[in-house]
Every structure is written in C-alpha cells, then in structure tokens.
Design a protein around this ligand. Structure first.
Ligand code: ADP
Ligand code: MG
Length: 695
C-alpha cells in the first residue's frame, strides 16, 4: 500500500528526488515536503521578457527563444572540446557555447525549440552566450515555463545542487501538492486585513506572476510568521500570569536595606526604581517575570543581589546564573561578600568542578543549607534540586535561550520568581515584541562619578606610545587588560594571547602579567581572576572570555588587538570592563589598514558612548535579524520575516495576536482552530529540531 503523502512526508518520496539528492537536500536542512514549501528564494530574476535573436542587446542579461538551426562539437587545440548551438533569425545569429561538456550534444536535437538566458556578448558580427541557462520546449505539448519567460526564483544552494534542479523540484511540488499546506488564518481575518490565501502566497512567493503578486505573497507570509510567534508569546504570558500560586514574599525589606547600606553606593534613580519594581513584583502572589535592561556598567549586579537577599530573607533559596564561568565566579565573589555578612549562605557550582565538591554542593542545596546558589548553566542540569527555590536570576540573559529559562522554571513545583538582566538594549518595540511575556525595567544612567572612557583607534606605529601610557598607569597602581582574538597564533593574521603574554612580560619585566583563556581549567581561571581582582596581577592578557560582566574597577586601560575582528556590540562590552570607577579610563584599539567598512566601524566606535546608541548603529549596519538572533527570543528562526525591515507587519501581527488571545485564550473557537493547528505544527517541528541541537 502506498502511504499517503503529507507535509511530513520525507522528501525522499517526492518525485525527482533520488537517494543522492535526498542527502544533498538534507544538508540544506530540507527533510520534509513542508521544509521545501517554506524554503524561500533568496532573490528573483526578471526573465519575463523573451526576445528574438535580432532584438538582443549586447552587454545585457537576456532571455531569447527560438529554434536551433545547427549544433555540433568542435575540437580545439590542447584537447579542449567546445559544444556550440547556432540560432539564426533574420540576419542575426546567436552562438551558445559550452566548454568541455560534450554531453550537451545529447541535450539538443536539431530544430529544438529552446529558451536561453545569459549575458549577451559579441563575437565578430555574431551574438554569443557562454554557458547560458536554457529550457527546452516540445513544440507540440508546450511545457510550462519554469526557468525562463517569467520572474524566476533564485534559491540558496549547496554543493552539487543546481539552481535548475532545485527550481524544477519546487515547481513540481507547487504544481502537484499545493493543497497540502493548510490555511492558517480564518477567512474573516483575511478579509479584514486584505490578505490573500495561503496557497496563493506559497505559489507566488516561489513562482510569482507579477512583482505586485510577489509583494502580496511576501506580506502574507511575513505576517503569518510574526502572527504565530506573537500568538504564542501572548498565550505564554497569559498562562504564566494565571499560575498565580506564586511565592509571595511578605517581609525582608530590612535585609535589603542593610545590603544597600553596606554596599556603600548611592544608588542611581534607575537602580532605585528597578529595585522597587522587583520587590513589589515579588510580594505578589503570582510569579515575577521581569527583564532589567541596563547598559554595561549601569550596576545591575546590586539589583540582582537585592532580589536574592529578599528571597533569602523570606526563607527561600535563590539561584544566579551567568553565561560564562569567569563571570559566574566573579558574581560568586561579589555577591557572597555582600550577602554572607547578612547571614546568607552562598554556594558556587560549575560544570567542571571535581565530582566530590560538586556532590557536596548539590547536597547542601537540596538541604536548603546553601541559600543562594551561583553558577553557570550547570544550574540547569537535571541533578540540581532545590529545597525551596524562590527566585531565579539570569544574568546577561541574551546569552541564553528561552529554552534554558523554561528548564530552570521547571525545577520546582511552585514557579519561582524570575529576574533577567541584559546589557544589550533592544529598541522598545522590538523588546516588547520579543519579550512580550516579560515586564521590563530600564536603568538609563551610569552611577555617578563616571567619566566616559577615552577611546583611540591606532595603528602599529603607535605601539610605543600606547605602552608608555600603559606604563604610566601601572606606575600609578592601576591595572590593565590586553585582549587578543586568539589563544594561539596560527599565522600572522591575528594576535594570540600566549604570544602577547610573552611579549608583554619581556617589555614589562618588572610587572606581573597574567593570562586568561577558555582552554584553562576552571580552578586556574578562578585563581587568575581573583589575583587580578586583588591586585596580585598588574596586567591581564585574555581572550574574550572576559567580554561579559567582569568587574575590576581599578583596571583603567583596555587594549584590544586586531580590533577589526570584533563587532560593535562586542567592542562595547569589552570597553565596558574599564571606566568602572572614578578614575579616568582608556580604551585603545589596534588595527592595521582595515577595509572601508571596518574603518567606518572603528572610527564610529571612538565617538560612541552609550549602548543604546551602539545598538542603533548595529541595527543599521547589520539589520535586526542578525542582532536579535534565535538565541535571544528562543523562538524558531524566522524563515522569511525581518524584524527590522518588516516592523510595520510585526506591529500589526502583535495587535492581532493580542486581540485573538485575549478573546479566545485557548484558541478553541471553531474559526480559530486552524490557527491553533498552525502553531502546533510550527512549534512542534522546530522544538524537535532544536532539542537535538541543545541536548
Ligand atoms: P553591570 O550593569 O554591567 O552588571 P555592575 O553591576 O558590574 O554593572 O556594576 C558596575 C560597577 O559599578 C561595579 O564596580 C559596581 O560595584 C559599581 N556600582 C554599581 N552601582 C553603583 C552605584 N550606585 N554607585 C557607585 N558604583 C556603583
Ligand atoms: Mg553585569
């Protein structure tokens, strides 16, 4: 019995896909018919105008249709073989040539009707095209035009997959199976928003009749994508708010007050407001779900510590999770120094601790003896069990996926409060959209007494002067970082940490130079960070392992080697390691004669201060899709929509999703079931794929 073809059918069973091509398609991530339906063209070529030979214009890419008058193989010197077709119309002739492809002789018969597409060149008084694309037509039963005589889709390819082969396959799919993808939007909604139906959109996005239809198809598909995403976000939010047996915190203000006092800080207005919002969220009976956005150095750690102190004072445990081990260790260092004097026990957990040590920590967490557990994503491992988890803080949340968040959330029966922090500011609409299930606090200002970091982009010739600056700062008792893109130098294209360390240790032989990189054991890393923090090292040569969060206010110079290797956001994070105290700080970027774009970026960076400004610039240079990658929102990768470019559709989708979910929370009304079905399909499939990546 032949199995019925569905969207989930493997492409192996699609006509025209043999075992070999099946493998190639797999490489493009195309496994099922559905994948192929949603594999969209990268661009289009307008080949709708088909000319006769005499109408051809030299230098243009053109489509020409006619009958072949003759063809043949010419053997040339040095064993080259040339196959050539001749098409003569009126007094004009077109030669089409293929080198070393003798099998082409079998493709054309004399008098075949064919359309060629290629660049028109001159050869004496003749036209010629070299290796043109072509499409044969049987005169008696004209096949539909796929590769010519229309607006033609151009797909992303991979090795051993031809544009023509893939296009033909998708054409077959669209022609024969277009009834498989189900309509996801109710008719009334389509009418109201003036959208075409799904089948139209899918056909036209692949094989558009006109550019206007292509535009309509694009809008419909982008809307679909955003709308499903926004519906899920909204449903999650509502569901989260309904789980209202959260852990209401009744007291503990006094402990928080003592913490803030002992920190010695005069909090900024943003810090104060954020702490108020956090505490009042935690007093409520439903779980907090709040994101704190604040630039590098705006002082988010004390906010997290306040929340952790609050939960401990209420008899619960807190977890603080950081994206890197170096940062986790630093947090442990800072936060335990703040909390231990208040009688709150802190513990540390990392992936590669000794089993015995780890076992001990796990046991004390389960007992409730450790009140605040700080660590890396080791915290979401299944073996970690809390006694009474009251609060989870995820620091630098943009480095984690929602998937991981969800996992932490599952760790206890009653959902704990959630606090997320990020230094990557996202324009507001985007933030509201992506983090639709979150409340947001923003810390806009830096703590008082900070001066902007003086930033210079220099070339190698200035190294002496830079070292003189370094020397004078070290002399004053300050510390400095040197960042290199690599651990070990492979060729001479970029500096390695190990080489740089050697060099610096010989230039500054009377200084203590430390080194830090990702291949070191955690205990070694920890020791180096601690030595640097406690001034037993003057100079720290490191890779970007210190990119995020590291806080040593006495360090006032950041030198970045091969700065062209780093993006704006990353440079900003790195620069954020200095300028954390009241002393004047410097950031020096070394980069030799970079390309134009890099030069623009580096000199822009010299002028730029705030992360918000930098985020805007980044958005401009890279586009939103890139910045707000899958990692940040944790939802499936967008297949067609672009969060930056298609902002207007995003806002529309958000409005519609809100209206929908608030009116029919479980999407149970008959017209909405098709939406639910579409979500189920989209999210089930991507969840499966993601799991294999994450696990
Ligand atoms: P980030 O927001 O980047 O995580 P941190 O919490 O690491 O920033 O704070 C940056 C530096 O500023 C730290 O050295 C911290 O101790 C200090 N700091 C934080 N808040 C204040 C404040 N209100 N006044 C003075 N220094 C502060
Ligand atoms: Mg931080």
């Amino acid at each position: 019995m032949q199995a019925e073809i569905t969207l989930d059918t493997s492409l192996r069973y699609l006509k025209g896909v043999g075992p070999e091509r099946h493998k190639i398609l797999e490489r493009l991530g195309l496994l099922t018919l559905e994948d192929l339906f949603y594999f969209f063209p990268r661009r289009y070529e307008d080949r709708s105008q088909v000319k006769k030979v005499p109408e051809l214009v030299e230098g243009q890419k053109e489509c020409v249709r006619g009958q072949i008058s003759s063809r043949g193989i010419i053997r040339m010197r040095r064993g080259q073989i040339l196959f050539r077709t001749v098409m003569t119309e009126g007094d004009k002739t077109l030669f089409c040539s293929w080198f070393n492809q003798p099998y082409m002789a079998k493709v054309f018969s004399p008098r075949s009707t064919v359309t060629f597409y290629g660049k028109v060149e001159r050869e004496g008084k003749f036209f010629r095209m070299i290796h043109p694309e072509f499409e044969l037509h049987a005169p008696e039963s004209p096949k539909p035009n796929i590769h010519s005589g229309r607006i033609v889709p151009i797909y992303p390819l991979t090795e051993n997959l031809s544009q023509k082969g893939l296009r033909q396959l998708i054409f077959y799919l669209i022609t024969n199976h277009l009834s498989l993808p189900k309509e996801s939007l109710p008719l009334a909604m389509r009418k109201k928003l003036d959208f075409k139906d799904a089948a139209f959109a899918l056909r036209q996005i692949h094989f558009p009749g006109t550019f206007a239809d292509l535009e309509r198809a694009y809008r419909r598909l982008v809307f679909d994508e955003f709308f499903l995403m926004q519906t899920v976000v909204r449903m999650k939010r509502n569901q989260f708010q309904k789980e209202n047996q959260g852990l209401s915190h009744k007291n503990g203000e006094e402990t928080v007050g003592r913490l803030l006092e002992s920190s010695g800080f005069t909090l900024t207005e943003g810090q104060n407001r954020t702490i108020d919002q956090v505490l009042s969220d935690m007093r409520r009976s439903r779980p907090m779900n709040r994101l704190v956005q604040g630039d590098v150095g705006s002082g988010k750690t004390i906010v997290s510590a306040a929340a952790l102190a609050f939960t401990a004072a209420n008899g619960f445990q807190g977890a603080l999770m950081a994206p890197t081990e170096v940062l986790a260790q630093q947090h442990y260092f800072t936060v335990s120094r703040w909390l231990e004097p208040l009688g709150i026990a802190c513990g540390f957990l990392a992936q590669n601790m000794k089993p015995q040590e780890k076992g001990d920590v796990l046991r004390r967490v389960l007992d409730g003896e450790i009140q605040i557990l700080i660590g890396t994503h080791a915290l979401i491992q299944d073996r970690v069990r809390f006694k009474h988890l009251g609060l989870v803080v995820v620091d630098e949340q943009h480095k984690f996926g929602v998937f991981q968040r969800a996992k932490l959330r599952e760790k206890s029966g009653t959902p704990p409060h959630f606090l997320l922090t990020t230094a990557t500011p996202i324009p507001r609409t985007l933030a509201l959209t992506l983090y639709g299930d979150l409340d947001i606090s923003t810390i806009r200002e830096l703590p008082g007494g900070r001066q902007p970091v003086r930033t210079f982009w220099v070339e190698e010739g200035k190294r002496k002067e830079v070292y003189a600056l370094l020397d004078s700062l070290l002399e004053k008792g300050r510390q400095a970082y040197v960042i290199c893109p690599l651990i070990e130098e492979k060729d001479f294209s970029a500096k390695g940490v190990l080489t740089a360390r050697e060099e610096l240790a010989s230039v500054f032989s009377h200084r203590r130079v430390g080194v830090l990189h990702g291949r070191m054991k955690s205990a070694e890393k920890e020791k180096v960070m601690r030595d640097f923090k406690e001034r037993r090292l003057d100079l720290l040569v490191s890779t970007v392992v210190i990119e995020v969060g590291v806080d040593v206010p006495n360090a006032t110079l950041m030198i970045i080697e091969n700065a062209e290797r780093f993006g704006l956001a990353q440079l900003h994070q790195l620069r954020g390691r200095v300028g954390r105290g009241t002393e004047e700080s410097f950031c020096v970027l070394f980069s030799e004669s970079p390309g134009e774009e890099t030069a623009a970026r580096l000199s822009a960076f010299e002028e730029m201060r705030g992360g918000f400004e930098i985020a805007d610039k980044d958005l401009e240079i890279r586009g939103a899709g890139d910045i707000v990658g899958e990692k940040q929102h944790g939802l499936p990768q967008l297949r067609i929509g672009d969060l930056g470019k298609d902002m207007e559709l995003l806002v529309l989708a958000r409005e519609e999703a809100t209206r929908l979910v608030d009116g029919d929370p479980r999407l149970g009304l008959p017209p909405n079931r098709q939406i639910r079905e579409a979500i189920r399909r989209r999210y089930r499939l991507s969840e499966k794929k993601k799991l294999t990546v994450v696990a």
